[in-house]
Design a protein around this ligand. Sequence first.
Ligand code: ADP
Ligand code: ASP
Ligand code: MG
Length: 419
Amino acid sequence: MALIVQKYGGTSVGNPERISAVAVKVARARAAGHDLVVVVSAMSGETDRLIKLAKSLHPDPPARELDVLLATGEQTTIALLSMALERQGVPARSYTGHQVHIRTDNVHGKARILDIDDKRVRDDLKKGRVVVIAGFQGVDEEGDITTLGRGGSDTTAVAMAAALNADECQIYTDVDGVYTTDPRIVPTARRLDRITDEEMLEMASLGAKVLQIRSVEFAGKYKVPLRVLSSFEDGPGTLITYEENQMEAPLISGIAFNRDEAKLTIRGVPDRPGIAAQILGEVGKANINVDMIVQNVGADGSTDFTFTVHRTDYAKALDILRQVAQALKAREVSGDDKIVKISVVGVGMRSHAGIASTMFKALADEGINIQMISTSEIKISVVVDEKYLELGVRALHDAFGLDRAPAGQNKRKFEQASR
Ligand code: ADP
Ligand code: ASP
Ligand code: MG
């Protein structure tokens, strides 16, 4: 008998029929003798609908009140699923984040889970109940409702699994696992049987929204056995692994992309110590996260500086940069919010050369101009015009032999390419 935490995403609980289907799945797992904690998201589209509703009354809704509103999405689903379970003859109890003491910090809209008091959950499990918990929400020290950021139910599930020391955390969604890239963009993308937590973290950070970044961080920290599966069909899904020895790892595991970026450039700033700190300091003070940064080689005592931010921060960042430019007597400020970031990810990069050149050549062959480049140990990212997103992702998927193919072939294909 195992203790399993299951999480069902928005599409998986999108209507009453699907909620019933989830209840049947949960009932089956319980009949197999397992203890079950089920975390659910709001029904698909509900969180977006609530955000729109809030914005119809206030252009920038107060964060505390927005969290009170958004938490209702998940509260609806826990009640409905518990009813559906009872209908199946399965004793079930629904709980909001507050009721099971999912304690977070007070950063409304992107709160972090601090701890979970699992007593109530364990008591219910002992009584043979299935425990149904609202994802995406918690409670801060003041007793105020908080939410964990978009996709946050994944993190609730993983944190719950860590707190309960569960045997497995199963993330049920509308794809049957983690793919080499978003299967909606590249139909020939391949499901991965396993992916290391490190790679999954990069994939999530670089835009693959199949798991929320924080859920992967959490899983890695507490070594939670984590699997991504389809809620619509049976299958092995994708296992997130914590292997140290990655000799057998493929060179490239996947391609991620992010449409949410914008870039800003300030030209002709003095080329002296402290300038980068001054420019980025002002941006940071406005709570804007900077992603990629490039500074040009200086000439004639001045230099250019380009960085990317989240698209929603673009207008604000441009404003700040114009002010900085005035103060620094910089030559000009420009920006572009029609860009995307495409990244290749793989732990195999550590031990193999030639990946960057394969990547750049594949893009060049399609006539795609690279605007910015950044690298880390296990990823290479480029910024390109947004109109090239699909073409670029497909070209890279192809260049690294990631298409559906018999096992082993990918590796061989790329090893030839890298020589
Ligand atoms: P849920 O509502 O179940 O949380 P999400 O929409 O948050 O589901 O995440 C699942 C989606 O993630 C898929 O439908 C798919 O389009 C997208 N996705 C992006 N990158 C990947 C990838 N590498 N592998 C699988 N799915 C991906
Ligand atoms: N309902 C929230 C969202 O749409 C949380 C989640 O689905 O994980 O982002
Ligand atoms: Mg999600």
